[in-house]
Design a protein around this ligand. Sequence first.
Ligand code: ACO
Length: 345
Amino acid sequence: MTNGGAVTEVPAGLEGVVVAHTAISDVDGTAGRLTYRGRDIEEVVSGFAWEDLVPWLAGERATALHGPAARDIDGPMAAMVRVVLDEGRDVNSDDWQDAYAFIRRVPPAVASALVGARRSDGDEEGLTIAGRYLARLTGRRPTALEAAALNAYWVMAAEHSLNASTFAVRIAASTGAGLPLALAAGVAVLAGPLHGGAPTDVLDLLDEARRHPDDLAAWIDAKLDRRERLPGFGHRVYRALDPRARALKTWYAQLAREREAVAFAARVEEAVLRALRARHPERVLATNVEYYAGVVLDALGIPRMWCPPTFACARLAGWTAHYYEQRRQNRLIRPLARYDPDPAP
Ligand code: ACO
């Protein structure tokens, strides 16, 4: 995977690679010395009850957070973590047939958990796993087109190289953790709004856009003046139109109940792209997969708060593949942090 910029290859397991600066502890492996916040471990051990250590180690700045607020522990992604752990209770990760049966159980069980523990309401005969997921979420048998659309989205969202959640899965695999726990780590990381929340945000953006049908360009400019990031656009790696966005746009055109909605989404897309081109002539900021993923999931009748677990179900495929690849070529992933008593806030 490349975005045309410089690429650095580092040793397996990130051995000897510094990936963060930290004021919390320092390990001097050569001298055999460990310090917590600059104090030798021998001194710390004699002076602290563990419960007092927690706030001291976290430091004064522990609660001074910037950026998006962490999502709710009772939210849909937390529910999915519980399903993965429940369904994975007796799985033997070294037995592929057992592991594969587990993966197939998870999406329908996630849908049941989201709607409130209803296992199955009706006829799921002949449906794919995506179709069964949709049936349980919406409470009715999906049409062939709907089931095929969700399946297409899931195939497109199944894998995307070493993104943050996949990296988390590989880290868990590198320690020898079982598949269910490694997948739970992936779901937890995908729960962050910078990773798995964009389709929901796209739908909010379109709602807001509907209040500005006649002054779209000015409304977008005002947002960009406030340095807002517009969900569904830009990508850390793609410097061209994401091929998945193009495909999902076609699915949306087939699914949407109103022609007007399709035209409006395309109009907002065009207006945003025009504004981004004007502000960033030096780089391509194109439509990413999440823009049309949001409207496709909406057209399928999936409530927007359930977009992240729907995405996570798709990604179980890629996470599982990475889990086994990591296990086969394993080197414990253990990078370094450089000790810095005053890292940037
Ligand atoms: N809206 C407005 N401005 C943007 C956007 C956007 N969506 N994307 C990039 N830019 C601007 C940045 O503000 C920055 O401008 P500046 O230099 O004046 O500060 C410049 O373009 C930097 O762009 P990149 O370096 O290409 O972006 P970066 O790698 O930092 O961020 C990211 C990538 C997080 C995806 C960003 O494009 C973004 O926030 N997009 C919106 C959220 C979103 O759609 N996320 C889903 C991504 S796809 C996925 O995860 C499956």
